[in-house]
Every structure is written in structure tokens, then in C-alpha cells.
Design a protein around this ligand. Structure first.
Ligand SMILES: [Zn+2]
Length: 118
């Protein structure tokens, strides 16, 4: 018996969890379309750390100083953990893909994470 859980359901479960942590206005979880329909893209908007030393010109969506980069990395990891937990609760797993690099035979999750600064 196959237990196929729709990407739509996975997307909903991940969003619910991320919203509980980051707030509804800071979270977007989308399912891909067409040939990318197994892909899930989670986007989380966060505030810059108080220790940020980016100049005004550098304050785009992306991190530039060490403090911003560290916070982006931590948030990325956290989002990955939260999403994994959400799917685990659902009894689901991410779709997987294999890299074009033939020395890399490990499956990778079809999960794209964007961490943006406001
Ligand atoms: Zn910064």
C-alpha cells in the first residue's frame, strides 16, 4: 500500500509550524508547479541582529556582515529542523533529488530555504 502524501499537505504542515515560530507575516511556504511540483520553497523574513554592522547600502535582503551571515545560517538550520519535524508528524518525507555530480550519491531534499532580511 502506498502512503502518498500530497505536496500541498506537506506545504500546509510546514507553514503552520513556521508561522508558530516566526509569525504569519514573516513566512511563505510554496509548492512548486509543473516539473517542480515536488519542490517546497520556505521563505522566512527576519530582523537584522542588533550586532549587525552592515552599512546602509549593504542592507538589502541578504546578509553582508559576519553577524548577519551567522544569523542567516542559524535561521536556515532552524527552518530545516522545523520543516523536518512538521513532515515527521505528518508521516511524510520530502521529495528527493540526486545531484548531477556523480561522486555525490546521497539524495537531497526538494526543499529550498530563503532567509531574507526585512
Ligand atoms: Zn549585517
Amino acid at each position: 500500500m502506498t502512503n502518498y502524501i500530497q505536496t500541498r499537505e506537506k506545504t500546509k504542515a510546514i507553514k503552520k509550524r513556521l508561522v508558530a515560530v516566526y509569525g504569519a507575516k514573516n513566512v511563505s511556504v510554496l509548492k512548486g508547479t509543473g516539473t517542480a511540483s515536488h519542490w517546497i520553497t520556505s521563505t522566512v523574513y527576519i530582523e537584522r541582529p542588533s550586532t549587525c554592522i552592515c552599512s546602509e547600502e549593504e542592507r538589502g535582503r541578504w546578509p553582508n556582515c559576519d553577524a548577519c551571515r551567522a544569523m542567516s545560517r542559524e535561521t536556515d538550520q532552524r527552518v530545516e529542523e522545523i520543516a523536518a519535524l512538521a513532515l515527521q508528524e505528518l508521516g511524510a518525507v520530502f521529495g528527493t533529488y540526486y545531484s548531477d555530480d556523480y561522486t555525490d550519491s546521497t539524495p537531497h531534499d526538494c526543499h529550498l530555504i530563503n532567509i531574507y532580511y526585512r
